[in-house]
Design a protein around this ligand. Structure first.
Ligand SMILES: Cc1cc2nc3c(=O)[nH]c(=O)nc-3n(C[C@H](O)[C@H](O)[C@H](O)COP(=O)(O)OP(=O)(O)OC[C@H]3O[C@@H](n4cnc5c(N)ncnc54)[C@H](O)[C@@H]3O)c2cc1C
Ligand code: SF4
Ligand code: SF4
Ligand code: SF4
Length: 355
């Protein structure tokens, strides 16, 4: 009997597909010493059917997409306030709004009441406010995949937004070509530890004697430029703390690639071969790709990867769009993965001592 779903568990992305598929509920996601979720099997009830092993996206060769020709667009939401509140140009909101027009459901990421980063379901435009903005923490998917499956069985259109490895996990769990599912990923630099983030939240709350009620990783007070954002901590007692990226040590350890999940160092999704229908990103090379479209309130890059993605994108009414040359648009995490810092093992040793 195999104790783990993967021979090399360090490659596990934590996508939850194995946990959600197991017909005997033998698998549960549990935090490791670094605060990341990994699947644990209860061998006393496992019947060794192999379903979990076969569904794991890490065990499945990442297949090349069909002959579809990908296209790259620069995008800004037409509503200035939404563009400003989004991490880049607000492409996510414009896509989600189109899904609601079709009576669909949007699945994205927000902070819950305990400031935990979680996947959740949005049924209206108002619900999107909490999803807007990148949270640089690995989200807890919980039973999201199973709930999405039920929505698809009821013929509801679902837009799932997540990391490329979460999209790959969902594709594997649902099976390919479900006509009610559209997937959206982003160019991904890696995800920091949710356990570490929880400790950081407690540390901030103890220091200010108040509950944290919001945390913005990408506030645009100083404009939209790489590494230029303001980090905002908002407390229940009304205090709002603004920091430069190098003054917030959670963000600093993310940028230095210290607190990131191990599998991100060899990520198989750092290429133009995407698992999703649509990919979004910051259009950092906008000055080369479409200089007249540049905007200090942010510009999104949108890559359409499939016909399904292209159709949804083309039907969006709330965005201004300019098509760009792919070669002017490639950023590092669309070309290669990046190792973690050499300092990471030392950091995690200290982290595990300081319980
Ligand atoms: C961990 C992480 C790493 C990223 N790395 C890069 C990068 O290297 N290069 C780059 O160009 N862009 C990166 N992005 C994407 C970028 O920050 C923006 O999300 C993207 O430009 C889209 O912006 P927007 O204005 O359209 O959407 P926004 O309104 O900002 O919407 C954000 C979307 O991301 C989802 N989301 C937020 N946090 C998470 C999370 N923790 N896990 C899963 N989904 C989440 C929300 O559900 C929503 O759908 C990263 C995002 C995250 C969360
Ligand atoms: S082998 Fe089958 S029963 Fe055992 S954990 Fe995997 S899916 Fe569940
Ligand atoms: S299916 Fe996902 S959570 Fe399970 S072992 Fe594979 S990568 Fe990890
Ligand atoms: S870098 Fe790759 S493995 Fe890490 S969270 Fe992003 S998509 Fe997943």
């Amino acid at each position: 009997m195999t104790a783990d779903v993967l021979k090399d568990i360090s490659k596990c992305t934590g996508c939850t597909a194995c946990e959600q598929i197991c017909p005997h509920k033998c698998i549960s996601m549990q935090y490791d010493a670094k605060g990341f979720l990994y699947p644990k099997k209860d061998l006393s009830i496992c019947i060794d059917c192999g379903i979990c092993v076969n569904i794991c996206p890490v065990n499945i060769e990442h297949e090349e997409k069909s002959s579809f020709v990908q296209k790259v667009f620069a995008v800004k939401h037409k509503n200035k306030a939404i563009q400003y509140a989004s991490s880049s140009g607000g492409a996510f909101t414009a896509l989600a709004e189109e899904v609601f027009e079709r009576n669909g459901i949007v699945v994205g990421v927000r902070f819950n009441e305990s400031m935990k980063v979680v996947h959740d379901f949005a049924f209206s435009i108002d619900d999107l406010t909490a999803f807007r903005g990148s949270k640089y923490v690995q989200s807890d998917l919980s039973d999201t995949f199973t709930k999405i499956k039920r929505c698809l069985e009821n013929k509801r259109l679902v837009l799932f937004s997540g990391t490329p490895c979460q999209v790959a996990g969902l594709n594997s769990f649902i099976g390919s070509n479900n006509k009610y599912l559209v997937t959206l990923d982003f160019v991904c630099a890696g995800v920091p530890s949710p356990g570490f983030f929880s400790k950081y939240v407690k540390y901030l709350e103890n220091g200010h004697n108040s509950k944290l009620v919001d945390f913005k990783f990408r506030d645009k007070t100083r404009g939209w430029k790489k590494g230029w954002q303001t980090i905002v901590h908002q407390y229940e007692n009304g205090l709002i703390e603004k920091k430069l990226p190098n003054e917030d040590f959670f963000h600093k350890l993310f940028m230095a690639r210290v607190s990131i999940r191990q599998c991100c160092s060899t990520c198989q999704y750092t290429s133009m071969n995407r698992p999703s229908d649509i990919t979004i990103a910051d259009f950092w090379s906008i000055k080369n790709a479409a200089p007249d479209f540049n905007d200090s309130s942010g510009v999104s890059q949108v890559i359409t990867n499939t016909i399904v993605g292209e159709k949804l994108f083309r039907s969006c009414k709330n965005m201004n769009v300019e098509e760009c040359e792919i070669l002017n648009s490639l950023q590092p995490r669309l070309l290669t993965s990046k190792p973690l810092s050499n300092f990471a093992p030392h950091y995690w040793t200290v982290y595990s001592i300081c319980k």
